[in-house]
Ligand binder design. Structure first.
Ligand SMILES: *[C@@H]1O[C@H](CO)[C@@H](O)[C@H](O)[C@H]1NC(C)=O
Ligand SMILES: *[C@@H]1O[C@H](CO)[C@@H](O)[C@H](O)[C@H]1NC(C)=O
Ligand SMILES: *[C@@H]1O[C@H](CO)[C@@H](O)[C@H](O)[C@H]1NC(C)=O
Ligand SMILES: *[C@@H]1O[C@H](CO)[C@@H](O)[C@H](O)[C@H]1NC(C)=O
Ligand SMILES: *[C@@H]1O[C@H](CO)[C@@H](O)[C@H](O)[C@H]1NC(C)=O
Ligand SMILES: *[C@@H]1O[C@H](CO)[C@@H](O)[C@H](O)[C@H]1NC(C)=O
Ligand SMILES: *[C@@H]1O[C@H](CO)[C@@H](O)[C@H](O)[C@H]1NC(C)=O
Ligand SMILES: *[C@@H]1O[C@H](CO)[C@@H](O)[C@H](O)[C@H]1NC(C)=O
Length: 644
């Protein structure tokens, strides 16, 4: 070969390489301008090669334009453009910016005029960009924007993130742009081979106390529960970690949920699959596969309305459905046959003046699209507000991210509650005064009538199982073998009676000036501390002669300590299982609940392993006759005896 020929060959090769180089660079850019188009075999690749956009076919017949992860071998589509208008000939179709420059289209190039097969449609009125470009960003967002205007803050002319398919990527928003009337929601594929719109959608409802629903066409399948400041109330396992941050925004302009992944090596997506399950996956590089770490609905209690109005679902129960205290099955036969969807009905009607509230612990808050929300109100005002509106059925705080803040009130039936062993929240259900007496709860602020107080019994649960009932009514709970709701922590076996109490709050904050100084370190409650020896001698060493009665948690004695007034002394049994902290909690609670309608706590005694509570003595020596009176609708009134 002559030198000249070799040179020519080299030169030709160089030209070929150059052409080739330009060809590839044209197809692997992240941007197309208005005069360019993407043919069936070309793709856009985002700047850092995270996502790729192009034509694909899931079934070798229909072609779609979609976005997938460039570097994940297990081809995963995160967005599909022409879901319901597939093209059948990818070699004659192109993807490009629309004529007006503010949207994207798929054209059939064969037709002389270039028939529009699919269009993303114009979304912003009167936008006429000069030099529009379409760009695939590294977060998977395909945007149409003015060339040179890189900032997203000025708003893209169009973006795929506003029209999700079945996948929520980090930075995407699930929910509403209220000013534009834009609802961004997930909609499943019809089947794994068919990206056309399926039956299942996951949508945010901005009404009331916002929450997201999984729909099967017109039927609610699952509910996330409202956002409580930390997580969705129905997703207790949802915790912001160092890798993922969850965001929820709710204001006049927008209501949305979104998440961010902080770890650059972590790939995460939320999707609703074609058989109607929400799933969150992360990519595991080692095994080169997607790992599902959360899905919903995952159990019977996730099924929307499983236990009907006022029913509470608990997967650890058998049956899973139980009525809220104060309610009984509407259709007992169906209920017995484990069909709970008819729910429960009130055993005693509210009278709208003396009603009170029963605290329930560990709940997924009820369906809340009709709820009233005020982020500024205190929980106390919330209770007053709910007490003063006859149609209010319950309340809770609206933001638990930093203690309790804000107020939510529910009106009408309470739907789709469930109980969690871990991660649920406090909810206060309105019950008639007599149910409050029976189940232990809070008296409504203005429940008292005509000078004779309505008696309220306060039941409290120590987190670990310690339980205290007002001394004279200890029998009541003891006798109530059929508490409607029995839940417990599985770790320690407990009596059913005690377990049922886990549902009640172990501390209720009621403003108080009283303080109690505890055993060793000073605490935030002050109550007279009595000397054990003085009590022992006053009760003649806890002699039966002075005994008023016995409850599950100890005996109650009548006595007069060192020439003081007559008091009722409750000596907690040593095997009550109650620890010192739980005891203090109880004391603190009772002390704060000082109210003329309650039996007053006048002191306590903590010495060695003795725990003693000292109450004002009330004349009627046993309340159970009053409490178990056959006509429960009648409000129970006990005249308090003036101090001796
Ligand atoms: C397309 O238009 C851009 C400006 O918008 C221009 O820079 C580019 O050269 C054009 N390309 C072709 C192939 O016409
Ligand atoms: C698809 O389009 C190509 C290019 O326009 C054309 O040659 C081919 O015949 C078309 N195929 C079908 C099945 O229409
Ligand atoms: C665009 O508008 C047409 C006509 O109203 C409609 O059929 C089509 O579904 C719209 N496309 C999208 C992506 O919404
Ligand atoms: C959808 O997810 C559920 C639960 O993870 C799974 O059992 C089901 O097979 C999935 N459906 C499809 C079509 O993959
Ligand atoms: C509570 O008391 C206030 C003021 O006394 C009164 O206006 C309100 O109607 C009362 N609410 C109920 C439910 O009795
Ligand atoms: C109770 O609240 C409902 C819902 O907010 C409201 O429509 C109704 O007027 C209120 N009733 C009273 C008596 O305040
Ligand atoms: C909830 O409370 C936290 C901490 O007090 C606060 O940062 C957050 O903005 C609150 N959320 C709402 C929706 O008010
Ligand atoms: C539900 O409540 C009833 C009585 O109210 C009780 O007998 C039953 O054990 C409870 N069931 C569960 C699963 O907690």
């Amino acid at each position: 070969m002559s030198g000249a020929a070799a040179l020519r060959a080299c030169f030709t090769l160089l030209i070929i390489i150059t052409i080739d180089f330009f060809a590839t660079s044209a197809t692997s850019s992240d941007t197309i301008s208005a005069n360019e188009s993407l043919a069936g075999d070309q793709t856009l690749v985002s700047a850092n090669e995270v996502f790729e956009l192009g034509f694909f076919t899931p079934d070798s017949t229909n072609y779609y334009v979609g976005i997938w992860y460039k570097n994940i071998p297990d081809r995963t589509y995160v967005w599909v453009a022409n879901r319901d208008t597939p093209v059948t000939n990818s070699s004659s179709s192109v993807f490009k910016i629309g004529d007006k420059g503010d949207n994207v289209v798929i054209l059939d190039q064969e037709a002389a005029t270039g028939t529009v097969l699919w269009s993303s449609n114009q979304t912003k009125a009167n936008s006429s960009p000069v030099n529009p470009v379409a760009q695939l960003l590294d977060n998977g967002n395909l945007v149409v924007r003015e060339e040179g205007d890189e900032s997203s803050s000025s708003g893209f002319l169009w973006q795929s993130f506003d029209f999700p398919t079945d996948t929520l990527l980090p930075d995407m928003k699930l929910g509403w742009d209220l000013s534009q009337g834009l609802d961004r929601f997930l909609n499943s594929w019809k089947s794994p081979q068919d990206p056309s719109p399926g039956d299942f959608s996951f949508k945010l409802d901005f009404h009331g106390y916002p929450e997201a629903f999984l729909w099967d066409q017109g039927k609610k399948l699952y509910r996330s529960g409202p956002w409580n400041g930390i997580r969705f109330s129905g997703v207790p396992e949802m915790k912001s970690t160092s890798d993922i941050d969850f965001t929820f925004v709710s204001d006049q302009q927008q209501v949305y949920y979104s998440y961010e992944v902080n770890n650059p090596n972590m790939i995460s997506r939320l999707t609703v699959n074609s058989t109607g399950t929400l799933q969150r996956f992360t990519w595991v590089e080692d095994s080169k596969s997607w790992s599902m770490f959360w899905d919903a609905p995952k159990d019977q209690c996730d099924d929307f309305g499983e236990c009907g109005p006022y029913g509470i679902c608990d997967t650890n129960g058998s049956p899973v459905c139980n009525c809220t205290s104060g309610f009984s099955p509407k259709n007992p036969q169906a209920w017995y046959l484990r069909e709970g969807s008819d729910g429960c009905v009130r055993e005693r009607e509210l009278d709208c003046s003396s009603d009170g509230f029963l605290p329930l612990k560990g709940l997924k808050l009820p369906e809340s699209s009709n709820a009233f929300v005020d982020m500024e109100m205190s929980l106390e005002d919330c209770q007053k507000g709910c007490a003063s509106n006859c149609s209010c059925t319950g309340y809770s705080s609206a933001n638990i991210s930093n203690g309790e803040a804000g107020c939510v009130m529910w009106f009408g039936d309470l739907l789709d509650m469930r109980h969690y062993l871990d991660g649920g929240q406090d909810f206060y259900v309105k019950l008639s005064a007599s149910d409050i007496v029976a189940y232990g709860g809070l008296v409504a602020q203005n429940s008292s009538t005509n000078g004779l107080g309505t008696l309220a019994i306060v039941g409290i649960a120590g987190g670990g199982g310690g339980v205290l009932l007002l001394a004279l009514a200890a029998f009541l709970m003891w006798k109530r073998k059929t508490m409607p709701i029995r839940r417990g922590r599985n770790t320690e076996p407990k009596g059913a009676r005690e377990r049922s109490q886990d549902f009640l709050l172990n501390e209720v904050v009621v403003s108080s000036k009283r303080e109690y100084s505890g055993e060793n370190k000073p605490e935030d409650i002050e109550l007279p501390l009595f000397d054990f020896n003085a009590i022992a001698s006053a009760t003649k060493n806890f002699c039966d002669e002075n005994k008023l009665g016995q409850g599950g948690f100890g005996c109650v004695y009548k006595c007069r300590i060192e020439e003081g007034p007559v008091v009722a002394v409750k000596r907690l049994s040593k095997n009550s299982g109650q620890g010192i902290e739980e005891f203090k909690n109880e004391v603190r609670l009772i002390a704060r609940l000082q109210h003329r309608n309650l039996v007053r706590l006048v002191g306590c005694c903590v010495e060695m392993d003795e725990k003693i509570l000292i109450y004002e003595y009330m004349e009627h020596k046993s309340l159970d006759s009053v409490l178990f009176r056959s006509s429960p609708a009648k409000s129970v009134q006990v005249k308090r005896r003036a101090p001796c």
